[in-house]
Design a protein around this ligand. Structure first.
Ligand SMILES: Nc1nc2c(c(=O)[nH]1)N[C@H]1C(S)=C(S)[C@@H](COP(=O)(O)O)O[C@H]1N2
Ligand SMILES: [Mo]
Length: 322
């Protein structure tokens, strides 16, 4: 099982393979060889398939604001579907720094050192500085929000995030009026993240939003999920959540936030601009060049649902694009 061929750059899964095939390729291999009957359940030996202990395996050693969970739930965000089973959400992850196999990310990401963790705030901002993550989160209001989450690969989940509204963060650091974009940068730690090699780069993973998108009420910096600190596979200790955009915009494990005048280059958009736009708003009417976006599959039940424009958040964000 170790002899998995490292796919060349253009074969990364966000670009070519369906989510189902990545998650279950190895499980099907095991099925084919009849090992289920021997009790060798996939996920235990091979890290494929939902693992009941995935959230524990990825748990942070020293999570920030651990005493503040569960946070008060913001009642303004109501779901139209059940909350995704946590076991599935914690066992099915995109985090390319660690693996291109969604079902093995939780094990690989456990190697990421998340403490101490600092967030650098730089660029066109009145108060540039570096925060210790615990100190930053204590300075801002923590709340829980239930959001839908839609990956560009056409799978989706619905989860309770814990975090701070990006708006509150912007108030704290005070961007200058010349700032037109916010650029977010993930970590660089090739010794811990086996895929941070030139084959997959350019690393670190980066993302960006316009200032009006960042200031939208929906935009969150999340530090928790399901009422506890984020397991590493979900982007501990701090990630972005922009629920009206495809999942790749929601960058994980952020170390730097920079305010810029020019539109920054971002990981997927600069690698494959025709397939992954900068804006990346969820839109059932615009197919990906290689697949339809009309429907999505819920990762736990397998149910298919029609994709919602702006992932159902048009009421909050449609005005940004008119
Ligand atoms: N640093 C980093 N952030 C990332 C990614 C990644 O590979 N690296 N993948 C993105 C993609 S494609 C998706 S769909 C979501 C997945 O989030 P989840 O694993 O918590 O569901 O994280 C996004 N953030
Ligand atoms: Mo994604």
């Amino acid at each position: 099982m170790a002899a998995i061929i490292v796919p060349p750059k253009w074969q990364m899964p966000e670009r070519s393979i369906t989510p189902e095939s990545i998650f279950c390729a190895r499980r099907n291999f095991i099925k084919t060889f009849g090992l289920w009957g021997l009790g060798l359940v996939a996920g235990l030996p091979f890290g494929c398939g939902p693992n009941e202990n995935a959230a524990k395996i990825g748990a942070q050693e020293n999570p920030p604001v651990a005493d503040l969970y569960p946070a008060r739930r913001n009642p303004n965000f109501i779901l139209d579907r059940p909350i995704t089973n946590e076991v599935y959400a914690a066992s099915y992850n995109n985090f390319y720094e660690f693996s291109v196999f969604k079902g093995s990310v939780y094990k690989k990401a456990a190697r990421l050192k998340t403490s101490p963790w600092r967030l650098e705030v730089a660029g066109l901002v009145e108060r540039p500085r570096t925060f210790d993550i615990d100190e930053l989160l204590r300075a801002l209001p923590l709340e829980e929000r239930r959001y839908r989450f839609r990956c560009v690969e056409s799978w989706s989940m619905a989860v309770p995030w814990t975090g701070i509204p990006m708006r509150a963060f912007l108030k704290l650091v005070a961007p200058l009026s010349s700032a037109r974009y916010i650029r977010l940068v993930s970590f660089w730690a090739p010794a811990e993240a086996p895929n941070q090699s030139p084959t997959y780069g350019p690393w670190p993973y980066t993302e960006a939003l316009t200032m009006s998108e960042a200031a939208n009420e929906l935009t969150m910096l999340a530090c928790g999920i399901y009422g506890h600190p984020l397991p590493k596979q979900h982007g501990a200790p701090l990630r972005l959540v922009v629920p009206w955009k495809y999942g790749f915009k929601s960058i994980k494990s952020i170390v730097k936030i920079e305010f810029t005048a020019e539109q920054p280059r971002t990981f997927w958009n600069s690698n494959r601009p025709h397939e992954y736009g900068f804006e990346a708003n969820v839109d059932p009417a615009t197919p990906h060049p290689r697949w339809s976006q009309e429907s999505e599959k819920l990762i736990d039940s397998g149910e298919r649902r029609r994709t919602l424009a702006f992932n159902g958040y048009g009421e909050w964000v449609a005005g940004l694009y008119s």
